[in-house]
Every structure is written in structure tokens, then in C-alpha cells.
Design a protein around this ligand. Structure first.
Ligand SMILES: Cc1ncc(COP(=O)(O)O)c(C=O)c1O
Length: 416
């Protein structure tokens, strides 16, 4: 433990410490850790116990305050709670608005753009999360031209290939910071620099980074950032964030809009939209208050632990696991350089092996992971994971392979 006076008040373990002690400081805040080895945060973060209290506040407001609740925290929730995300993103206050999910956010951003001029190219990679591709493919009907930069190895994308695709005809580059399949970390700063030089915008999907890899929107020089709270933020579904940088925000006019984005919503004006200022202008209608309230439990813990410390813990644990699995004869497609790898590790399986069966067999023994086609098993520690849990996981996985016991689960085909 540190020797400073702050340490005397609250337990603040340092990274010089045993990782199991570091994890132990937070574990009792997550009920599911009592009976599972939770290695699937890249898909769904463990629920903080405090979510129940946050939802109880919502229930109590509705029950006892009724319609007055709108003025007592419901109406401004998307911007007020967006400010918590702004802290995690190192963004200025009033630049982040909360929405339902990333798919909707991509559509909102696309709806603010004009694809009818000479600058109409949309550049992204084939490692984007597919939902983003579905949205941008749809912009072709408004005149957009799509250029998809392909991965050479199915793990990362060569920076040079992406930079070469971004030119004076590029309108926007909607890309992932960390790839969902391999955990490859893109050089977002270099991509934003190139985009700025040629006058293109970057929309960075930080779903797989924020909460486990530090993100500083000012340092990156990024125009827009989006992501959700389901994974590393431990905030649950229905609470996605959109950051738009000052300078761009003031002129941003999405066609996907509504009365919450109006500068005087309760004047009920007729006619065209008169956009509000700041993050308010990014909204549409009544917010999903329960989801937003629930998510704050996760944000509070992530802010408390600190993303720099989460990253250090995560790099240490994923690196130990990677070496352990390599020694046991497994193939690890995720990048070998910890700096180029997010919070997750992928474990390659042989063509004769069945990923969902391994997931089910592991779950039966209390280890929760998942599987994705072309990725393999995906495994991730978070700040609440002990090194010893990963060692036990590696042993269990090796046993399942050597005994062939995973075949007993070969009828399981789904992996969420
Ligand atoms: C990088 C990335 N973007 C987006 C999503 C999902 O987006 P949505 O919030 O629309 O469900 C995921 C989910 O796995 C993801 O990993």
C-alpha cells in the first residue's frame, strides 16, 4: 500500500502490489464474482452491486415525485451523465450526449453529413464492428462512396494502408479504436492527424477501449468518439455516448433529431429545428432514464479505480496468460505487443475444434468467456480479475483439449 495520507482514509492499492490484492479491493462490489470466474468483460462487464441502488432512486422518483421527476434529473440525464463520460474521455464538460447504442449514434452522425459534393468518400476497415458497416453502407443511397481497407492478416490493419486511403475526397473515417475480434489497438492519433491534414472527419468507436485503455480525446485530436457502456465500463445496456469536439459541435446539425435537441423544447414551436447549444443538440426525444441511472454505477467505479491503473493491471494479466497459453501449445492471434493489444486475448482453435462447445464446457466449470468466428475464444481480465483466476482458466482449457471433454458440449451452437 502507498504511504501517502490519502491511503490512510481509503484502501487504494498500488500496482507495485500483488495483482490479486489489487483486484480484491474491488471484487465485493460485483455479485457475480462470488460464483463465477468472469473473463468476458469484452462482451458484458460484471454488474456493480450499486446498480440496484441507482435503479431504486429512479423507482422512488417516479413513485413519489411523479411528473416533477423530469425537472429533478430525468430530462437532463443524457447531458449530465454524459459529463461523467467526459471525465473518462478527458473531454470538456457539455460535449458528450448519451444515446441508446452505437448503431443509433453512427446513424445520427451520418445524418449530419452531406454526401452530394465531391467530398463524399467514407473510409473504414474490414475489422470494424459490423453494425457500423451496415449504417455506412446505407449512406451509399445518398451519394456516399465507401472504401474498405482490408486487414492483411485478419488481426490488425497496416497503418500505412489506412493512411493511404484517407485523401482530399474523404468525408469521414468511422473506425474502431480497438478491434472487437483481435483486440488490435489502432494508432488513432496518427489516423486523426492524417484526416485533419486532408480535411476529413474521424468518428472513433471506442467501445472496446474506453474503460480498459486510456482515451484522451484532446490528445488524440479526434473529431467524434462513440461507444457503449455494456463492456469495460460495467454500465449495462442502453447507455451509449457520443462526443463531438468543440468547434465542430456548434455547427453539427443531425437530421436524426427531435424536440430534446431544440433550444426551447417546452415552447413547442412549429417549423424547422432550432438546434440547442452544446451536447443537447445531439439528442432526439425522451431519454432512457433507467439505463442511464444504472450505468452511473459502473462509471463511478471506473473513475474510482482509474483507467491508467486498469490498463497496467490488464497488460500484466493478459501478458502472463498469453505466455501461459503459448507454453501449453495454444495459438494466440491477438497482437503479441501488449501496447498494441487492448484488454482482451484471443485463443485460436483448430478447425476440428468447436468454439461454442468450448465456451459451454468452460461455463460448466464456472469460467465465462465467449467465441467469435474468425477470432477464436475471447478471454479478458478486468480490474476485478485475479492472476490466479487466469492460471486456473488456462489449466481448465488445456484439460478440456487434452481429454476431449469439450466434445460433450458439441450441440451448443450459440455464443453471446
Ligand atoms: C467495437 C464495437 N462497436 C459497437 C458494438 C455494438 O454496438 P451497439 O451499441 O449498437 O450494440 C460492439 C459490440 O460488441 C463493439 O465491440
Amino acid at each position: 500500500m502507498g504511504t501517502d495520507s490519502a491511503a490512510a482514509n481509503t484502501f487504494r492499492p498500488t500496482l507495485a502490489e500483488d495483482p490479486d490484492r489489487f483486484a480484491s479491493a474491488w471484487r465485493d462490489r460485483f455479485p457475480i464474482l462470488e460464483n463465477t470466474t468472469y473473463l468476458v468483460t469484452h462482451s458484458l462487464g460484471a454488474m456493480p452491486r450499486a446498480v440496484a441502488d441507482k435503479l431504486a432512486v429512479f423507482v422512488d422518483q417516479w413513485a413519489t415525485r411523479g411528473v416533477r421527476a423530469w425537472a429533478e434529473g430525468w430530462w437532463d440525464a443524457p447531458v449530465r451523465i454524459g459529463n461523467m463520460l467526459a471525465k473518462i474521455l478527458h473531454a470538456p464538460e457539455g460535449t458528450v450526449a448519451m444515446h441508446q447504442n452505437v448503431s443509433v449514434i453512427q446513424s445520427i452522425v451520418a445524418s449530419a453529413l452531406d454526401f452530394s459534393g465531391p467530398r463524399r468518400k467514407v473510409v473504414y476497415t474490414d475489422q470494424n464492428f459490423p453494425t457500423n458497416m451496415y449504417v455506412w453502407e446505407g449512406t451509399k443511397r445518398y451519394g456516399a462512396e465507401i472504401e474498405v481497407v482490408k486487414s492483411r492478416d485478419g488481426v490488425g490493419v497496416e497503418l500505412e494502408d489506412l493512411l493511404n486511403a484517407i485523401d482530399e475526397r474523404t468525408l469521414i473515417v468511422p473506425i474502431s479504436h480497438v478491434f472487437f475480434r483481435s483486440a488490435f489497438v489502432q494508432d488513432a492519433k496518427a489516423i486523426c492527424k492524417r484526416a485533419r491534414e486532408v480535411g476529413a472527419l474521424v468518428l472513433l468507436d471506442t467501445y472496446q477501449s474506453v474503460g480498459t485503455v486510456p482515451v484522451d480525446v484532446i490528445d488524440l485530436g479526434v473529431d467524434m468518439v462513440c461507444g457503449g457502456s455494456v463492456k469495460w465500463l460495467c454500465g449495462g445496456p442502453g447507455a451509449a455516448y457520443l462526443y463531438v469536439r468543440p468547434g465542430l459541435l456548434e455547427t453539427f446539425e443531425p437530421r436524426i433529431t427531435g424536440w430534446a435537441a431544440h433550444r426551447a423544447p417546452f415552447a413547442f414551436d412549429l417549423g424547422p429545428q432550432k438546434y440547442a447549444s452544446g451536447a443537447w443538440r445531439l439528442l432526439q426525444g425522451s431519454p432512457a432514464v433507467p439505463s442511464l441511472y444504472a450505468a452511473t454505477a459502473g462509471y463511478e467505479i471506473v473513475l474510482d479505480v482509474g483507467v491508467e491503473r486498469i490498463r497496467a493491471h490488464s497488460m500484466r494479466l493478459t501478458e502472463t496468460l498469453r505466455k501461459d497459453l503459448l507454453n501449453r501449445g495454444f495459438r494466440i492471434p491477438s497482437p503479441s505487443d501488449p501496447a498494441r493489444r487492448g484488454g482482451m486475448l484471443t485463443v485460436g482453435l483448430a478447425p476440428s475444434e468447436h468454439g461454442p462447445a468450448f465456451v459451454a464446457a468452460l461455463a460448466q466449470q464456472g469460467f465465462l468467456v465467449d467465441h467469435r468466428p474468425e477470432a477464436g475464444l475471447r478471454v479478458s481480465p478486468h480490474f476485478y480479475t485475479r492472476a490466479s483466476e487466469l492460471a486456473e482458466f488456462a489449466e481448465c482449457l488445456a484439460q478440456l483439449r487434452s481429454t476431449g471433454k469439450w466434445k460433450d458440449f458439441a450441440t451448443d451452437t450459440r455464443s453471446y
